[in-house]
Design a protein around this ligand. Structure first.
Ligand SMILES: Cc1ncc(COP(=O)(O)O)c(C=O)c1O
Length: 400
């Protein structure tokens, strides 16, 4: 009798992909290592350094020997400060017990999906979407139902959600401001999604990673609407607001039922975020609002400069209302965004991310991250302009 090999991965990982964005980052690193100049618009992290007081708070925690195990859900002073922030800034009815500290927003989202999804469940996901979300849903043995954001905006959110929903729909992933499109959902949008979730008894996983980067209008948290706190897990991160991407700290807020699951998942995945990092995060929360506002103004100026430059190159580019990405339509060059991104990298040395990696609805676009120094935007646009001058924008120019 032949014995089957026991050396195999768990089946639930079969359909889980590994980030295309990482592959592009590696290619850029290779090009740089070979001495080539690359204009980097492929990234997605703040251009500025972590503010000094936050770094000193970490050092102070180390010197004071705050280096031991902390409660797995987070140190009490941080959770209390987060609850206060959530009440005042997000108008979410939070208490210290309804907040949990996670290893970044990505971890908060992973534990949120793991806490509420069963095999065979469906999750509504506005598309284009942040790439890891689909893999997180698949990793929970559920299925992502892609809801085209553009269609939802044109035909109405409720109608479009109804159209894409199935009898197995259990949750909606609601990201505002959105990566990669920069779309910001308004209060009225949140009210529609909330009414839909209540009508169909759905859970909302809200991702507010870019809450401090809204340029037009105001950020609005869906969990602040009546009856939504109990059916929503809202995730946040210190990565974008405080330039702390490498620190790996974020948090989630949820009602008692979901929190009981989140606590188990955080305990068994990381047993809590590093203790000194949590003390530094507590300090980050006292960053003056004026500092955050000044950064937002800088991002806004970069956005305006990049969008104007892309339009001058002949690309159609809507002005994004939030986050730090522009998502121009490049279908004039070629409908396959992977080919366009490869061409821009090889010929103009401009690194972008092909829109299709953010879902089928992102095809025909590429993502430019504009969280880069202003002179890098100037140089990148100059490279694009000279390339398009030499090779006009048309699918025929030796590209097909
Ligand atoms: C939409 C969105 N949500 C969540 C995150 C998570 O960020 P982090 O894990 O660094 O907190 C990101 C990071 O790029 C993002 O773009």
């Amino acid at each position: 009798m032949t014995k089957k090999s026991g050396l195999r991965l768990a089946k639930r990982l079969d359909e889980v992909g590994f980030s295309d964005i990482v592959q592009i980052r590696n290619k850029v690193l290779d090009l740089r290592a070979s001495g080539q100049m690359v204009h980097s618009f492929h990234g997605g992290e703040p251009f500025f350094d972590t503010p000094e007081p936050i770094k000193y708070a970490m050092l102070k925690a180390l010197v004071e020997n705050k280096t031991r195990y902390a409660p797995s859900s987070g140190i009490e002073p941080l959770r209390a400060a987060l609850a206060k922030k959530l009440q005042t800034r997000n108008r979410i009815d939070a208490t210290t017990d309804s907040v949990i500290v996670t290893a970044g927003g990505a971890h908060a989202l992973h534990v949120a999906f793991q806490a509420v999804l069963n095999p065979g469940d469906d999750v509504l996901l506005f598309s284009p979407y942040w790439t890891p979300i689909r893999d997180m849903v698949t990793g929970a043995e559920a299925r992502a139902l892609l809801v085209p954001t553009a269609t939802a905006r044109r035909n109405g959110l409720t109608k479009t959600l109804e159209q894409f929903s199935t009898p197995h729909t259990r949750a909606i992933y609601y990201n505002t401001p959105q990566n990669p499109s920069g779309t910001v959902f308004s209060r009225a949008d949140a009210e529609e999604v909330a009414a839909f979730a209540k009508k169909h008894e759905l859970i909302v996983i809200a991702d507010e990673a870019y809450e401090d980067l809204v340029y037009e209008g105001e950020h609005f948290s869906i969990a602040s609407l009546p009856g939504m706190a109990e059916r929503t897990i809202t995730t946040f991160t210190f990565s974008k607001s405080y330039a702390m991407t490498g620190w790996r700290i974020g948090y989630a807020v949820a009602g008692e039922l979901f929190m009981s699951g989140l606590k188990k998942l955080v305990l068994y995945s990381i047993n809590g975020v590093s203790t000194p990092t949590q003390w530094a995060a507590l300090d980050a929360l006292s960053t003056p609002q004026s500092v955050i506002d000044a950064r937002r103004a800088e991002y806004r100026a970069k956005r305006d400069m990049l969008v104007a430059g892309l339009c001058e190159c002949g690309l159609e580019c809507e002005t994004p209302e939030g986050a730090f990405y522009a998502f121009p339509d490049v279908s004039k060059i070629h409908k396959d965004s992977r080919r366009v991104a490869a061409m821009l990298l090889d010929k103009a040395h401009v690194a972008t991310i092909p829109g299709v990696v953010f879902g089928a609805q992102g095809e025909g676009h590429v993502r430019f991250g504009y969280s880069v120094p202003t002179d890098a935007i100037t140089a990148g646009l100059a490279a694009l302009k000279s390339y398009f001058k030499a090779t006009p924008l048309t699918a025929k120019q030796g590209f097909d």
